[in-house]
Design a protein around this ligand. Structure first.
Ligand SMILES: CC/C=C\C/C=C\C/C=C\C=C\CC(=O)SCCNC(=O)CCNC(=O)[C@H](O)C(C)(C)COP(=O)(O)OP(=O)(O)OC[C@H]1O[C@@H](n2cnc3c(N)ncnc32)[C@H](O)[C@@H]1OP(=O)(O)O
Length: 313
């Protein structure tokens, strides 16, 4: 699927889209439907209106600069931005609202709490929970990822701290990653919890760092320090932790020089096959996650991992 890139019909649609001038964005969205409008109504809204704006739950803070069209989205779920249902729903809702905002051109995703970008999925949500709970949880992961990976916006991860597992999933869904220098780690360490990264996450890792390195990193569940991550291409740039946001803003300004339309169409041409594949296999992916995660041996591994986390203190 990944190698087929985009079909002939879709290429023609895209060419027509470019040719029709004024109606171009309407056609573009028809060709690449990024989100479902019905889904939007079900989630808390988060309007980005130029001032510091927070969702009803305050777990996501958004500030949009009206002049440049750059929105900064800060995860604010202390202590470690673990991705629980509230944070994931708020993030998805926020990505979708920014997507709809015609004056928004870029989003920078970062953490309100320096030193931890995100600790990944909330492990407690995967431990001793019913299969239905786990299934609903996983759908929220999928929907959040679809909204970010499929965004027309320039998406930049300002990784100002540790970034394991689903934290890394968020980073990989962005177009560009800037990470804090120093003793911070990033990677997909799922196998360490006896979990297997799903096909769409594996594929984004392969797309970013190449097959051999991704295969190895995924098998051993590697967490890399930021300098090694840079060397592998897992992140694109390093900056001192206090400068990560500024460097991200500077980088976005460079990207803003590229016309939005050509950039977004090019992005979708390479991402659409994987987006479509997940949309098509969504239920199968949920069932696999539910069945795997609730397996006794996996539950035991998760329990041990939680004990290790607690014992750290
Ligand atoms: C079809 C598919 C089939 C199968 C697919 C299965 C999986 C696939 C895809 C994605 C899966 C992703 C899995 C995950 O994301 S699981 C989460 C993995 N995360 C980690 O391994 C990171 C764990 N955390 C840490 O290493 C550290 O907390 C840290 C480095 C991020 C920060 O260190 P600190 O020293 O600053 O903070 P701590 O003292 O360690 O933590 C504070 C507090 O928070 C609790 N906590 C930490 N991480 C988590 C978490 N992920 N979930 C829930 N809770 C977490 C920690 O226990 C402390 O709690 P207490 O204060 O002791 O109560």
């Amino acid at each position: 699927v990944r190698n087929s890139l985009i079909s002939g019909n879709e290429t023609i649609k895209m060419a027509l889209t470019i040719a029709v001038g004024g109606r171009v964005w309407r056609k573009f969205f028809k060709t690449f439907p990024f989100r479902s409008n019905s889904a939007l109504k079900r989630f808390p809204t988060c309007r980005a209106n130029g001032r510091l704006y927070s969702t009803s739950s305050d777990v996501v803070l958004v500030r949009k600069d009206e002049e440049s069209g750059i929105a900064t989205v800060r995860m604010n779920n202390p202590p470690v931005n673990s991705l629980n249902p509230t944070l994931m729903v708020a993030l998805r809702s926020c990505f979708e609202e920014l997507e709809k905002d015609k004056t928004c051109r870029a989003l920078i995703l970062t953490s309100q709490k320096p030193k931890v970008f995100s600790a990944g999925l909330d492990i407690l949500q995967l431990y001793q929970k019913s299969p239905d709970h786990v299934a609903q949880f996983w759908e929220k992961v999928q929907d959040m990822w679809l909204a970010l990976y499929g965004s027309r916006l320039i998406t930049m991860a300002a990784i100002n701290g540790h970034c394991p597992a689903a934290g890394c999933l968020l980073g990989l869904a962005c177009d560009y990653r800037i990470m804090a220098e120093g003793n911070f780690r990033i990677g997909l360490n799922e196998t360490q919890l006896d979990l297997v990264a799903p096909f769409w996450l594996r594929q984004t890792m392969i797309d970013v760092i190449g097959y051999r390195q991704a295969e190895m990193a995924l098998m051993i569940g590697a967490l890399y320090p930021s300098d090694k991550a840079l060397q592998l291409g897992l992140v694109d740039k390093l900056a001192p932790i206090e400068d990560v946001q500024t460097v991200a803003e500077e980088e976005v300004k460079n990207w803003l020089k590229i016309p939005d339309q050509a950039r977004a169409i090019t992005k979708m041409a390479s991402r659409k096959p994987l987006l479509d594949e997940l949309r098509r296999r969504k239920q199968e992916d949920i069932q696999t996650f539910r069945d795997e995660t609730t397996r006794e041996s996996v539950q035991k591994s998760i329990q041990q991992y939680l004990e290790k986390l607690k014992a750290k203190k």
